[in-house]
Design a binder for this molecule. Structure first.
Ligand code: 4AD
Ligand code: MG
Length: 430
């Protein structure tokens, strides 16, 4: 008998198969026993019928508890009433292990309790759906860049220099030197872009964020494209295409998961390119009119991002931020050097910034000046300065946070559920 996965069950209609999984739920009704089995790919109802309540199959069934592991065999039948449209007429049930007092029952639990049991919580249908969407988003990201001729470059995790400011650095020992966990692969990608033209890196990044928000993780995954000769406008176009590509992929391949999450797909379906654009200068009076107390020069917080995103049905690209609130490497705007050629993509429905990026400084003297102004140690950046000495060109790129995208797509307000094991300000267990 073939071992099959539940997500492939439709191809086995009418055949005898074996399913290996865990008990999700069970119930009895007269001469019928219903078992809801999960195998990691889906849920399947397995039914057993007997006139004899002491039949061997029923005896096995009665021992089962939630999350006990088992192997069931039987014939696949199409049945419109069953979840997923198929059912297994069970003929054999083998117990692998009986689970004792599984802590997560089908009733409500508090979030701290669930976070403490994250290793088990992953089995619940909603968490399962979110992480299947995450896997699809990552696959879409790779297909998008690979399909456009971008080269994948793996940038280091241990680095001697800061990319996104020194306040959120994780420091560690590197034999007799100091090292930091990477906040972004960008600086290295500027080097690989000069070697390969268009590149992307995709990996974990680390920020010692002391603030406790719904949108910040300490460890998160970021995809970062970098393109030699590209301008701010080029990179905005790339970000728009990427977001649309991911949406279309998830809406076709992960509809079922969005249904499980009770996520209304309409706002995602409504997204169209080009996205609305707004300069920082244009955004500030709009924000003040809507009740924000922001002054020119201040950074956007979550309330500001929400106000702006609620004005449109597609994500909004905000550009030309004050240089003082952005990273040292941002290229000043030619018409006004107080603002930079940077862009933040603010997701719709108040989910906040999903992409941050822009055009990089390509002039050696200006970059040297910025390193000094930001009090960054020149020795650690000599190699980065080299890129401005040997065939320097304008270039641009951005970073997209995978977890921010997943929380937006799934309609989940807290980012902690979008990664299997979130690292948070007050949590590193499990
Ligand atoms: O805006 P950020 O800090 O930009 C950079 O790191 C650039 N060096 C990227 C580049 O140009 N190559 O971060 C980029 C994105 C944000 O828009 C957000 O989606 C995500 O990374 N992000 C976080 N996600 C979760 N938790 C955090 N603490 C995050 N910080 C940034
Ligand atoms: Mg940013």
């Amino acid at each position: 008998m073939d071992w099959v996965y539940i997500e492939d069950i439709a191809a086995h209609d009418g055949r005898d198969v074996e399913i290996r999984g865990w008990v999700y739920n069970k119930r009895s009704s007269g001469k019928v026993r219903f078992l809801l089995v999960r195998d990691g790919t889906g849920l399947l109802q397995a039914t057993a019928f007997s006139a004899d309540k002491d039949s061997p199959l029923f005896q096995q069934f009665d021992r089962l508890t939630q999350e006990s592991s088992l192997v069931v065999r039987g014939r696949v039948r199409e049945d419109g009433r069953a979840p997923g449209g198929f059912e297994l007429s069970m003929t054999e049930l083998e117990i692998v292990q009986i689970a004792q007092d599984y802590p997560i029952t089908l009733k409500e639990h508090s979030t701290p309790f669930l976070m403490e049991h994250r290793h088990l919580w992953l089995r619940s249908s909603k968490q399962h759906a979110v992480l299947r969407v995450r896997a699809e988003v990552i696959k879409a990201v790779r297909d998008f860049f690979d399909g456009r001729g971008f080269r994948l470059m793996d940038t280091p995790i241990l680095t001697p220099s800061a990319c996104e400011g020194t306040t959120t650095l994780f420091e560690t020992e590197y034999f007799d030197q100091k090292a930091y966990l990477s906040q972004s692969g960008q600086l290295y990608n500027e080097a690989t872009a000069m070697a390969f033209g268009k590149v992307y890196c995709f990996g974990p990044t680390f920020r010692a964020e002391k603030s406790k928000t719904r949108r910040h993780l300490i460890e998160f995954w970021m995809v970062e494209p970098e393109v030699a000769f590209a301008t701010l406008q080029d990179i905005i176009g790339l970000g728009e295409d990427l977001i649309l590509f991911i949406m279309e992929r998830v809406l076709t391949k992960r509809r079922h998961e969005l249904e499980t999450l009770e996520r209304d797909p309409k706002p995602l379906e409504a997204i169209k390119t080009p996205f609305p654009r707004l300069t920082y200068d244009e955004a500030v009076p709009v924000l003040r009119e809507k009740g924000s107390t922001i002054e020119w020069g201040g950074d956007f917080g979550a309330p500001e991002e929400t106000i702006i995103s609620e004005l449109y049905t597609s994500p909004v690209c905000v550009t030309h931020f004050p240089a003082a609130i952005k990273a040292f490497y941002m290229q000043p705007a030619p018409e006004n050097p107080d603002v930079v050629l940077g862009v933040d993509f603010l997701a719709s429905e108040g989910y906040g910034e999903v992409i941050g990026g822009g055009q990089r400084i390509h002039d050696l003297a200006l970059l040297e000046k910025r390193l000094e102004e930001h009090k960054l140690p020149r020795e650690a950046y000599e190699w980065y300065l080299d890129l401005r000495k040997y065939g320097s060109v304008p270039h641009s790129g951005f970073g997209m946070g995978i977890e921010r995208m997943v929380s937006w797509i799934c309609g989940i307000k807290h980012i902690r559920e979008t990664i299997p094991f979130p690292r948070l300000l007050y949590r590193i267990y499990p």
